[in-house]
Write a protein that binds this ligand. Structure first.
Ligand SMILES: NC(=O)c1ccc[n+]([C@@H]2O[C@H](COP(=O)([O-])OP(=O)(O)OC[C@H]3O[C@@H](n4cnc5c(N)ncnc54)[C@H](OP(=O)(O)O)[C@@H]3O)[C@@H](O)[C@H]2O)c1
Length: 323
């Protein structure tokens, strides 16, 4: 089969479309013909050697795949063959990928493979930063950074659905419009404006109860300054570089909480199942809009990475298999 691999870390040009051995599903696993492989910001960080740097090379990227089950491994019911599914998996920038049968989420016909690819890494992250860690409640105001991104657009909608007000940050007018379209009440152009000053003015000087921060270095101080007393900053990404070290003393004046979220934190299976099923049900009911901002053939992963790390994408980026 063909897959996207890199043999050394570096820029998008290290990604090569090449022949690799076909994977074989092991016990408890299925083989998927990949129709849509999700691209995530962390893939660009892995490729640059900034994250997961100990993984052996050459390496196939990809943490999620939507497709059709083409074979089952030992101990797996053959009824899965032919079903449309999505799963968190490894090495999904490929024509075929293995997935654990316990990870499979079956797709109803009205959900496309590309939409489904947005529901796991990005959907689960949005769900857990809003609900599990942030515990967002009706009546609160939440600052969502990178609000037009893959996680961002979903987080905006989940915060709104919880009954809270959203202030989103974005670069560029097109991103501002999209974030508003999915429900953001106010937008701050963090490429042009002083974020903390604008947030304080939008909240009559009070600040926000929650900040969802995936940008890190360049937003950190504004995030802290924009928080209301007893507010909480949920850090879940470093798109602009790692945030500074946090001095606990600096949190006292406003009695602030700083929390983190990582998708790989061991999570009770029933919590994860509930989150996946809730996200899928919301998409089916058309209450949660998945914006697929860019889809390219698998072979063009280099272009997808270039655009994603160049801040030139909105919503979900997917690589399409031929299946
Ligand atoms: N903790 C976890 O388990 C977890 C899971 C999934 C994702 N994440 C993190 O969540 C964030 C969003 O992931 P995503 O896949 O949905 O990506 P994304 O938000 O679609 O893309 C990243 C966005 O970050 C913004 N950004 C701000 N400064 C940037 C910079 N210096 N370089 C590049 N982008 C910058 C850009 O939006 P603007 O142009 O509007 O600034 C860009 O579009 C990433 O930091 C990712 O690592 C964490």
């Amino acid at each position: 089969m063909k897959a996207i691999r890199y043999h050394q870390v570096g820029g998008p040009e290290v990604l090569r479309w090449e022949d690799v051995p076909e994977p074989t599903p092991g016990p408890g696993e299925v083989l998927l013909r990949v129709h849509a492989a999700g691209v995530n910001f962390a893939d660009t960080e892995r490729r640059r050697g900034l994250y997961d740097a100990q993984a052996p090379l050459p390496r196939i990227l990809g943490s999620e795949a939507a497709g059709v089950v083409s074979a089952v491994g030992p101990g797996v019911d053959a009824k899965w063959v032919g079903r449309r599914v999505v799963a968190l998996t490894k090495e999904s920038y490929a024509e075929l990928a293995r997935a654990s049968v316990d990870e499979l989420l079956e797709l109803p016909p009205e959900v496309s493979f590309a939409q489904a690819a947005a529901l796991l890494v990005q959907g689960l992250t949005a769900y857990h930063v809003v609900h599990t860690v942030g515990r967002v409640e009706a009546g609160q105001t939440v600052l969502v950074h990178a609000a037009a991104g893959g996680v961002g657009l979903l987080a905006v909608q989940l915060v709104k659905a919880a009954g809270a007000r959203v202030i989103g940050t974005v670069s560029g007018e097109a991103k501002a419009k999209l974030a508003r379209d999915v429900g953001a009440d106010d937008i701050v152009r963090y490429d042009q404006e002083d974020v903390a000053a604008r947030v304080l003015s939008l909240t009559q000087g009070r600040g926000v109860e929650r900040v969802l921060d995936s940008v890190g270095a360049s937003t950190w101080q504004a995030s802290v300054d924009a928080l209301a007393p007893f507010g909480q900053l949920v850090s879940y990404g470093n798109a602009s570089g790692p945030p500074p070290h946090v001095e606990v003393e600096s949190l006292y004046a406003k009695s602030l909480t700083v929390s983190a979220y990582w998708l790989r934190t061991p999570t009770p299976p029933e919590v994860q199942r509930r989150a996946r099923e809730a996200l899928l049900a919301e998409v089916v009911a058309k209450r949660l809009r998945v914006v697929v901002g860019l889809s390219l053939p698998l072979a063009q992963a280099e272009e997808a990475h270039r655009k994603l790390e160049g801040r030139d994408t909105v919503g979900k980026v997917v690589l399409l298999g031929e299946g």
